[in-house]
Design a protein around this ligand. Structure first.
Ligand code: C2E
Ligand code: CA
Ligand code: CA
Length: 774
């Protein structure tokens, strides 16, 4: 839109030509009708009767002194005709739906008609007038021109034309009557005409610009209002007003919906009362009382029980709509951002999977618990570690693993008191912090219930998960003076459970600390054990029950520690597994066992134990092949013993390695059969050549019926699957006889021989004699 009166636009015309510019203004095409109505309204704004009264008075005053009846009659008839035309136009205009542009056309005609009549009256009047009457006639003509000009400035060109015709009639009449003698008065008339024309243009200019400017202003006001309404309706922000007493005034629909209140309720409510926290409410009151503008003041608000966060902006205003002073501004609902922020904070302190506090929050809570602790208060801590969790994760997938963790978390939460804290501090590690315990026993009771519940009730899809847990328990102030120490004590106690074969509870004992230190030193010592030639293989014979002949030997590792003497493999193998040195040690075992076996009779086999970690070693296959090659021992004489433990971590890669070893001719034996769970399942997962029945079954074979039943069915199943069976840990003759009765193939145990160094092996009939002779 181009405004008629732009800043810088010359408002007052300085030359006659620029006068024309005053009639130009920018009316947009869509505004033409409106502007036509403006013009018509202006023309209509003069009461017809008043105008005509003025006209007829002036006319009578003009024609009266002339005393010319015909002229008087003609002039009055002309006036009557013009008035009749005028009235008819006004009538037409009064009809509903009348087109304003058409009305203007009629008006033009009327004005033209009047101009013609007026020209005639003045011209003829001046011709017939006495010289003495001329001045009054001229004055009346000019007065009439002024009346017509002003009453029709909405149509400036016509007003001008009318006034020009009046002026021309006057000048021509004067000249025709008096010739050049009339020159002075003609000059005066022309000057007055020029002034009148200039006035008409200026008045028109004021008329047009005033209307256009007013319209543009109200238009832009409407646009702003529209934008503000839209902002209010659609945005997440809304405008607000409060009065000097902080009461809400004229709440917008958006404000109402943000508060879930109707405008009647919200109107007059205190803004401060809406705020959900007294602290923030007081802050805002202080800001408002200071009477200064404020920005981004964040306050919590409860809407229908849900917490929202608003960011307030406002500035004091002198006058609200109709009321006194107050504040005006806008409010933004920043709840989403706040919630995201809260989530980040939550994530920093909680575990998302279980919704339990994480290690950070546990540490902070521990620290607080210890700063506030009273002398006689007992703080208990349980360090809970899941058993076989990795196996479940590997075999059932991570989704099931996550489910298990979430359920375990729930189970532990259900067991503890509300004031206790359960935290998840690692993959499958949880900690229970129990401040203010009544007694040590109360803490132990919780531990027992956790072991019980986790061992029996973690169900996924109706299946009870074969999972258990090991719990280390420690108490402050007895076992620890700080939170850190307490956590470490409980961890050590948990470790103790693990090292004793998992599933159970262990209470912290300072001895554990010593053991841990010892373990660390062993760890360091073990690193150089191969190079220092401290490792040695001992061999324990395996005999065929039927004949009593030695069929092979199991290689069992021995560590001759320089200061500690013989260290049991049960002690150092787990360390080697943990530190990874088992891979090097295992390779050494394979090479040494095969070198030794090369010196034995060709029909004697050699069995080597294999740790899970070794099976994952990419070099295993080539190590075996090379060792077989360099020793010259036939592949079928090598037996590799793996445990169920290893199969629980079942992976495609591991099974592939086993298959390839078997293809080479190497025999694969399932060691410690029966000590894990769902052992029978594993029998079907790989075509083992041999099953070694664990010595826990053998040791109680004579006394326990159930052991006999298990051993009997294992042997039957192995026979069916064409697998050899070897019973381990045979110590007494009764066990041997029972095994023989059940159809076991081979035996191994102290009844014949312990493991002995390779140099002491005697291939004579020492063993054979004892089997046969009992
Ligand atoms: P394992 O594979 O079950 O080995 C049999 C264990 O039972 C040996 O203990 C052996 O001395 C013992 N034993 C044999 N007959 C009897 C008996 O009649 N009564 C009793 N009470 N025990 C008997 P050892 O040598 O202490 O080995 C313990 C474990 O260490 C082995 O259990 C095996 O899992 C592991 N191990 C030994 N050598 C190696 C090795 O070279 N590599 C790997 N990865 N593990 C090994
Ligand atoms: Ca073994
Ligand atoms: Ca075994």
């Amino acid at each position: 839109m181009v405004n008629a009166a732009k800043p810088g636009h010359r408002l007052i015309a300085e030359t006659p030509f620029s006068l024309l510019a005053l009639t130009r203004h920018h009316v947009e095409p869509h505004e033409e009708h409106w502007f036509a109505r403006c013009r018509a309204d202006y023309l209509r704004s003069f009461p017809l009767s008043l105008l005509e009264l003025v006209r007829v008075t002036l006319l009578l005053w003009l024609v009266g002194p002339l005393g010319h009846p015909l002229f008087t009659f003609a002039a009055l008839s002309g006036w009557a005709v013009v008035m009749a035309a005028q009235i008819s136009v006004r009538r037409k205009e009064a009809q509903p739906g009348f087109d304003e542009k058409l009305a203007l056309k009629y008006r033009y005609s009327v004005i033209r008609l009047r101009a013609g009549w007026w020209f005639g009256v003045i011209f003829a009047g001046l011709l017939i007038a006495h010289p003495a009457d001329q001045p009054s006639l001229v004055a009346l003509a000019l007065a009439m021109m002024a009346v017509d000009g002003v009453s029709s400035i909405a149509l400036p060109h016509l007003a001008l034309a009318a006034s020009i015709s009046g002026g021309a009639a006057t000048v021509l009449g004067l000249l025709a009557h008096d010739g050049l003698q009339a020159a002075p008065i003609v000059a005066v008339v022309l000057m007055l005409c020029a002034f009148m024309h200039w006035s008409i243009y200026n008045l028109y200019y004021m008329f047009a610009t005033r209307r256009i400017r007013t319209r543009r202003l109200s238009e832009s006001h409407e646009t702003i209002q529209l934008l503000l309404n839209q902002y209010d309706d659609e945005g997440s922000d809304w405008l607000y007003e409060i009065d000097a007493d902080f009461r809400i005034r004229n709440p917008s629909p958006r404000f109402c919906s943000a508060c879930a209140l109707d405008s009647g309720t919200l109107e007059g409510m205190s803004l401060i009362e809406l705020i959900g926290s007294p602290h923030e409410a007081a802050d805002l009151r202080g800001l408002l009382a200071a009477g200064q503008a404020f920005r981004n003041v964040v306050v919590p608000v409860r809407v229908r029980g849900v917490e929202h966060w608003w960011s307030l902006n406002g500035r004091p205003v002198d006058k609200l709509q109709g009321n006194g002073p107050g504040w005006r501004g806008f409010i933004a609902d920043i709840s989403t951002a706040k919630r995201a922020e809260a989530k980040v904070t939550f994530m920093a302190h909680y575990d998302l999977l279980t919704q339990l506090p994480n290690r950070t929050l546990l540490n902070a809570t521990l620290e607080r618990a210890f700063t506030r602790v009273s002398a006689d208060e007992i703080i208990g801590m349980l360090y809970v570690d899941l058993d076989h969790f990795k196996a479940i994760n590997d075999s059932h997938g991570h989704a099931v693993g996550d489910c298990v963790l979430a359920k375990v978390a729930q189970c532990i939460e259900d067991v503890v008191r509300p004031r206790d804290m359960v935290a998840r501090i690692g993959g499958d590690e949880f900690v229970v912090l129990m401040p203010n315990l009544d007694s040590v026993d109360a803490g132990l009771l919780v531990a027992e219930r956790i072991v019980e519940i986790i061992g029996t009730s973690i169900e996924i899809d109706g299946l009870v998960m074969p999972i258990g847990c090991s719990i280390g328990v420690a108490f402050a102030p007895h076992d620890a003076a700080t939170g850190d120490e307490l956590l470490r004590a409980a961890d050590l106690a948990m470790y103790d459970v693990k090292s004793r074969g998992r599933r159970g509870i262990s209470i912290f004992d300072p001895e554990m600390q010593t053991q841990m230190i010892e373990r660390r030193t062993l760890e360091l010592d073990l690193r150089g054990a191969i190079l220092r030639k401290e490792l040695e293989l001992h061999y324990q014979p395996l005999l065929r029950i039927e004949t009593g002949e030695v069929v092979g030997f199991e290689a069992l590792l021995r560590w001759n520690h320089p200061t500690r003497g013989a260290v049991s493999p049960d002690t150092f193998i787990p360390i080697a597994e943990e530190t990874g040195s088992i891979v090097d040690i295992g390779q050494w075992v394979i090479r040494t066992a095969l070198e030794d076996a090369a010196r034995w009779p060709d029909h004697i086999t050699v069995a080597v134990n294999m740790s899970p970690m070794q099976m994952k070693d990419a070099n295993l296959l080539s190590v075996v092949v090379n060792a077989l090659g360099s020793s010259g021992v036939a592949a079928h004489r090598l037996e590799i013993e793996i445990t169920e433990n290893l199969l629980m971590q079942e992976s495609e890669g591991m099974l592939a390695v086993l298959h390839r070893l078997r293809k080479l001719g190497v025999k694969i034996a399932l060691d410690d059969f029966g000590t894990g769970y769902s052992s029978l399942n594993y029998l079907r997962s790989f075509p083992f050549d041999k099953i070694k029945i664990d010595r826990c079954f053998v040791s109680e074979l004579a006394e326990r019926e159930d052991c006999q039943a298990i051993v009997r069915s294992v042997i039957a199943l192995a026979n069916e699957l064409k697998m050899t069976t070897t019973a381990e840990g045979v110590e007494v003759h009764e066990q041997l006889e029972a095994l023989r009765r059940h159809g076991c193939d081979q035996v191994q145990g102290f009844l014949y021989s312990q493991a002995v160094p390779a140099s002491e092996l005697d291939f004579g009939n020492m063993v054979q004699r004892r089997v046969a002779g009992g």
